[in-house]
Design a protein. Structure first.
Length: 426
């Protein structure tokens, strides 16, 4: 009967039991000779080992990504702060693993562990709020600096008001740092309230709520139940793992966005968003290899320099972007659009039969929907002719449109015999 519940053991060993408390154990248990043992919760050291090992693994992955970001964007100071705070978070996990926040450790180490936890929490949240703050939010570091200074002041005040906290007796070692622990919860709450200008606010707020729940469980266990509820210990130790995992996912998403931005900037024109000349040629070559042939439409905006001089660069750039959007729309599902240079734009399509109509549609839409017109040249692929040659021929056809009246489409090397010109219907 060694595994019996203490209450049952006491009843069984009592000399006399009131009749009203007498009952047949056979009715309560399948076997009256055995008692149901109490739930075997994991040991606190095992819980902390699992939590710290998981957190350290996630933090190590975050350090790797932080270093990559710093090497790619050295001018961004927030990346330096990121790779500084992540090792500090790992150090704190090792301190927790060593039990430095428990009553058996020297009070000074307990104080250092808790202060480091608040410091790192403030810094890591400043980093993520800086990363994901919208440009108009203008996140300032002063409030975070004040919260960090208050950590030192509160810890110092608590020790000054009760010097016995740092004494070496066993009795004093178990005395908690009440003000510091509750200040940690307050810091979490204040940061949670100030996420209005943060992109991905829901995901980031979720991570703060998780950490808030962990802090609340830790304080409740420490000051109310004092270890009597094992579930609170598990919650307080394992929820930070969830918090770090959410931060890892946010950082991973940030890295992916930066990589995509870098890739897009390497293949597109910054003003129009169309493919640059090099990548347009790659897309045209790929289309040529996959299909039966291609057609290149070469456009040049008429009197663009005059537009720049009379209405300014801002207005001219707006017109250029408007035309680029039309070309992107027309190329969708058929091919690709690119910027050759200046006011010269390109479109490649694998639909040779409809290329002439596509060029005329583009010319007409630009005339009707913008304040400018375009001269257009169209050239078709032939056996043994490279993409560069096709583009050159389309450029020459465009020049022919330009010198014979502008606002027209000139077609060369069409699949049918001969060449033809289409003049715009004015």
């Amino acid at each position: 009967m060694n595994n019996c519940h203490p209450l049952i053991t006491a009843l069984q060993s009592a000399d006399s039991i009131p009749p009203c408390l007498t009952y047949d154990l056979n009715q309560a248990y399948a076997d009256k000779t055995e008692c149901i043992p109490m739930m075997n919760w994991p040991q606190p050291s095992a819980i902390q080992l699992l939590a710290s090992a998981s957190s350290i693994t996630v933090l190590a992955l975050m350090i790797f990504m932080g270093v990559k970001l710093y090497r790619s964007y050295r001018r961004h100071p927030v990346y330096r702060l990121l790779i500084l705070v992540l090792p500090l978070l790992m150090i704190r996990q090792f301190m927790l693993l060593a039990g430095m926040d428990q009553g058996e450790s020297p009070p000074l180490l307990q104080l250092a562990t808790r202060m480091l936890g608040i410091f790192t929490f403030i810094i890591i949240n400043f980093v993520f709020m800086k990363l994901y703050s919208s440009p108009g939010a203008k996140l300032r570091g002063a409030p975070f600096t004040i919260m960090a200074l208050l950590t030192v002041l509160i810890a110092g005040a608590e020790v000054l008001l009760n010097p016995s906290l740092l004494s070496g007796t066993e009795q004093v070692r178990s005395v908690p740092f009440v003000a510091l622990d509750f200040y940690g919860i307050l810091v979490n709450f204040l940061i949670l309230l100030d996420t209005r200008g943060v992109e991905l606010r829901t995901k980031y707020s979720a991570s703060l709520i998780v950490y808030f729940a962990a802090d609340l469980a830790l304080v409740t266990d420490r000051y109310v139940f004092q270890g009597a509820v094992p579930a609170l210990l598990i919650i307080s130790r394992m929820l930070p793992v969830v918090y770090f995992t959410l931060l890892f996912l946010l950082l991973f998403e940030w890295v992916v966005e930066r990589l995509l931005t870098t890739y897009r900037s390497s293949i597109t024109d910054g003003l129009t968003g169309l493919y640059n000349r090099r990548h347009f040629q790659q897309k045209a070559e790929l289309l040529l290899r996959r299909g039966k042939g291609i057609a290149v439409i070469f456009c040049d905006i008429d009197n663009f320099k005059k537009l720049n001089d009379t209405q300014g660069h801002h207005r001219a750039d707006g017109v250029l972007k408007q035309i680029a959007e039309m070309m992107r729309e027309l190329a969708q599902g058929l091919g690709a659009a690119g910027r050759y240079g200046g006011e010269e734009l390109l479109l490649v399509t694998g639909s040779r039969e409809s290329a002439s109509e596509l060029a005329e549609t583009l010319r007409r839409r630009i005339e009707e929907e913008t304040i400018v017109t375009v001269s257009v040249g169209v050239s078709f692929s032939r056996s043994g002719v490279s993409v560069e040659q096709i583009v050159k021929e389309a450029d020459e056809a465009m020049y022919r449109s330009k010198t014979t009246g502008k606002n027209r489409v000139t077609i060369v090397n069409a699949p049918s015999r001969g060449s033809r010109s289409k003049k715009a219907a004015l």
